[in-house]
Design a protein around this ligand. Structure first.
Ligand SMILES: C[S@@+](CC[C@H](N)C(=O)[O-])C[C@H]1O[C@@H](n2cnc3c(N)ncnc32)[C@H](O)[C@@H]1O
Length: 276
């Protein structure tokens, strides 16, 4: 293979897949462009900084500040069916984010379809009973999608996975995904219009990941960063220089930070158990 694992490459996914034999990777976690102009939408929202609010669980209405994402026109179209087939060919198993936008190319529906709204989700799960995860963003009432659909090659019963992801309102953990993180300093900074939460990706890796992982359009780098955090090897590429810089910086600062953590005897497993 001409590419080393565990590096971020500037590479077009149309070329990247050609470098790998069948089933080379354990798991593909794919997040291709959705073809809905998400990059331009977020640029528009930025101009109207306080235009959106969300109702919190305590009933208060919170004004949400727009993040300053790097924009672009990468979301004009979904990848060609050949790219999707190649993405499937090089892995043993896969998870596709935004799968409804490429449902025809994945061969799971005749045409792409809109993300279901909250009152449509039961019907969706009935229609697509196997292998789908509906990530519930627990985002209250606003014009954003309530869910993001992930289609996988696994045979489990389709299910809803709640994890709050709504501006500065982020879930405390996957276990308590509907509970808002109280300390905003612990929030993950969103640096891409379709930035995926590392907590969510880490959970998916733990549950379905097999090394090495492949991500063919890493954006702000949440998938490769989660691989580093969870100890999975990965191959990752992206075409947009600005996102590549963002992702490199995120991985670099995580690596630096973890190198600086000096193990302290008090926190050995034995001690923790004894202190319980
Ligand atoms: C849905 S976003 C990925 C977001 C990412 N998962 C994150 O958490 O930040 C899709 C990405 O595909 C990239 N992209 C578009 N065309 C590409 C191509 N031909 N090759 C590689 N990447 C491409 C875009 O620049 C964009 O960042």
């Amino acid at each position: 293979m001409q590419y080393e694992l565990n590096k971020l490459y500037k590479l077009d996914y149309r070329q990247a897949t050609k470098c790998f034999p069948d089933n080379y990777f354990g798991t593909g976690i794919y997040d291709f462009p959705y073809g809905i102009n998400e990059s331009k939408k977020s640029a528009r929202r930025r101009r109207d900084k306080h235009s959106y609010s969300a109702r919190q669980q305590n009933g208060k209405v919170l004004k949400i500040n727009r993040s300053t994402y790097v924009s672009g026109d990468w979301d004009n179209a979904t990848p060609a069916v050949e790219v999707i087939n190649e993405a499937k060919r090089i892995v043993e198993n896969y998870l596709f984010f935004g799968a409804n936008y490429i449902a025809d190319k994945l061969g799971v529906a005749k045409a792409p379809f809109k993300t279901p709204r909250r009152n449509e989700i039961d019907f969706f799960l009935e229609q697509y009973p196997k292998g789908w995860i509906a990530w519930d963003k627990c985002n209250g009432i606003n014009d954003f999608s309530d869910y993001e659909l992930i289609f996988t090659s696994f045979d489990f019963k389709s299910y809803i996975l709640p994890y709050m992801w709504n501006g500065m309102m982020q879930g405390k953990s996957i276990k308590y995904g509907q509970v808002q993180q109280g300390d905003k300093r612990l929030n993950e900074k969103r640096q891409h219009p379709t930035h995926k939460p590392t907590l969510l990706i880490r959970y998916l890796l733990q549950k379905y990941g097999k090394s090495p992982i492949v991500d063919l359009s890493f954006g702000a780098g949440s998938i490769p960063l989660s691989c580093v955090m969870e100890g999975f090897d990965f191959f990752a590429c992206e075409i947009n220089d600005k996102y590549i810089d963002v992702a490199k910086q995120r991985l670099e600062s995580y690596r630096m930070q973890s190198q600086n953590i000096i193990p302290f005897p008090f926190f050995t497993k034995k001690n923790l158990i004894e202190n319980d």
